[in-house]
Design a protein around this ligand. Structure first.
Ligand code: ZN
Length: 272
């Protein structure tokens, strides 16, 4: 979806500046909480999202995401020499589900002090991997589903675990039998491959460039190593039920640095 399409049909992007220098060559993605947007400007231009300077690839690509609780609007400012353009980005409204999960082992809902130390150390490893700041191009590829199956959990839902309110769910859960192949949804480099994390069991993380990463949880098998380069469609892991899971499924997550995004905003309809 191009910027012009959005402007003409939905008026979600309103040019505020005066010059029509066409610095914004394209902008893909529907602005909404949880969405990742990918744009392109002229190489050498500078791009600001509100007060944050965005990094560009050599081809002029840039990207940014909106968190679950972002309400917008956001302001995109692009400049090159004396040319500049400003766009106001209005976010669509989204509603969130409530998801009750019962029958989890109570030690995983209210962890012990020992478990908490382990959980915090593992969370720091994941945070560090998501801080990776490369200029890989994977984020510019239209993503594909890493696995297909019935969707059993959606992004943003408020979770009530064994009757206790907990953090929202930040991934999309896809049910599939243990051992089902998982493929890379876009190219990138493996930045974390961990056999057994407390919550997420077998856990894998791919860096797709400019802070965009994808994470794979509850894996039964990991088929790549940290530092490996993968292309879209490459076999990377197999579905499992390791860590805190009630049955075999893939929990797929996407981040822009530490901002948690909705993976389904990057892919089309689930293929059948
Ligand atoms: Zn999940």
């Amino acid at each position: 979806m191009t910027f012009r399409y959005l402007l003409l049909l939905t008026a979600l992007l309103l040019p505020v500046g005066a010059t029509a220098s066409e610095l914004l060559l394209s902008l893909r993605g529907d602005p909404a909480p949880g969405a990742l947007l990918v744009g392109q400007t002229r190489p050498g231009a500078a791009v600001m999202l509100d007060k944050q300077q965005l990094r560009l690839t050599e081809s002029g690509h840039f990207t940014f995401g909106f968190g679950r609780d972002d309400t917008g609007p956001a302001r995109l400012y692009i400049s090159e020499g004396s040319d500049s353009e400003t766009y106001e980005i209005t976010l669509a409204h989204r509603e969130w589900d409530i998801q009750r999960v019962d029958g989890l082992p109570q030690r995983t809902v209210t962890p012990s002090a020992d478990a908490l130390a382990r959980i915090n150390a593992e969370a720091a490893q994941v945070r560090q991997a998501r801080d990776t700041d490369s200029t890989l191009y994977g984020f510019t590829e239209p993503f594909i589903w890493p696995v297909t199956g019935r969707i059993t959990g959606v992004f943003g839902s408020q979770r009530i675990l064994n009757g206790e309110p907990r953090r929202p769910h930040y991934g999309v859960d896809i049910a599939a039998p243990t051992g089902t192949d998982i493929v890379a949804p876009a190219s990138g480099v493996i930045t974390l491959a961990h056999e057994d994390m407390f919550y997420s069991g077998g856990t894998l993380l791919i860096d797709h460039g400019l802070g965009v990463s994808s994470t794979y949880l509850h894996l039964s098998e990991i088929l790549v190593s940290e530092g490996d380069t993968v292309s879209q469609g490459d076999l990377i892991a197999r579905v499992g039920a390791t860590g805190r899971a009630t049955g075999p499924h893939l929990c797929w997550r996407v981040n822009w640095y530490q901002e948690r995004l909705d993976p389904t905003t990057l892919v089309g309809e689930m293929p059948r």
